[in-house]
Write a protein of this length. Sequence first.
Length: 376
Amino acid sequence: MNRRKFLTTATLSSSALVLNACNDENHQAIDYSKHPQSKKGTKTVHINKNKKTVIKLATSWPAHFPIMGIGVEKFAQRVKDVSGGSLEIKIYPKNTLVPALAVFDACSSGQIDAFHSGPYYWKGKNSAFSLYSGIPFGFTAEEINSWMTFGGGLELWREQYAKYNLHPFLGGNTNIQMGGWFRKPINSLEDIQGLKMRIPGLGGEVFSKMGVNPVLLPAGEIYTSLERGVIDATEWVGPALDIKMGFYKVAPYYYSGWHEPGSILELTFSKHTWDKMADEHQSIIEVCASEMNANMTSEFHYENIHALSKLQELGVKLHHFPEDVNIAGKKALQEVIYELSSKNKDFAKVYESINNHLKLSRTWSDVSLRNFLNER
Ligand code: CA
């Protein structure tokens, strides 16, 4: 062995020893087998760099819509970057390829490959789908992520969507939503009787049982309807998006709420498109969707705190619903759950899973988060 070859071999051997030692220590410190996403060895590499895959994704939001629309645009850019340009997601904002609320059917039939929207819009297909957005008095964003990812929620969701040729992912979370904007103050349950309010989803059904008359309106018509007194109140999302709608100018009473405590947004693929994607592209989507879900949730929080401060500067006063409204809401929720569970076994099955998770989660959140927030 000449001197150069001896030195190279010696250097490599000692490096290898150091690496092995590090690996041994790491393996002792971390038990990888317990990590839920550990799927070592099951993937194969077969991306053909010359073959570009293009995915058509439609959203239920206008182009560059704050947080939700922009979040999807960032997701598409990340997918392109991480895949080295081999996977491109072409975004079609609402009504540019399919109408906002036709994305489910368009994806199910294969007209588009994917969509970004909210699962409670599809309660007409199956009332159980509304539960994947969450329930009134139910999960916070952290709690629903926990149920979805580790508590069986995502498996149920995928099982039920598969019947429509769809494969969903968590696609963000609005965080706790505000109860809404009212033209007059709500001092008791009496004050909401016969009120015309724009409120969709399970929240709308609960308020309906409480005596409210829920109205569904396209986003573009809410402000004018409120201004002209065609409706008396509206919920929307939270300070970040509400401030842009200008509701504070025509309905000055802003209430905190419980009807959408942590609504999930969805990133859903055609199962046919998903199943034929390369393993690496599937992994890239999984990672980037997870990033979008986390970022959108944090961005809502960030934008909400700044918008709330701005609304307060504009003179908006914050209110809570009176106790009799809250009590009536909890009672109405139980009636809605009972009725929908009796009519639809899918609803009953998903609700049971939610309820089991929520029972334990309530205790933990009370002892940890509620206690802390009360003391902060
Ligand atoms: Ca809402």
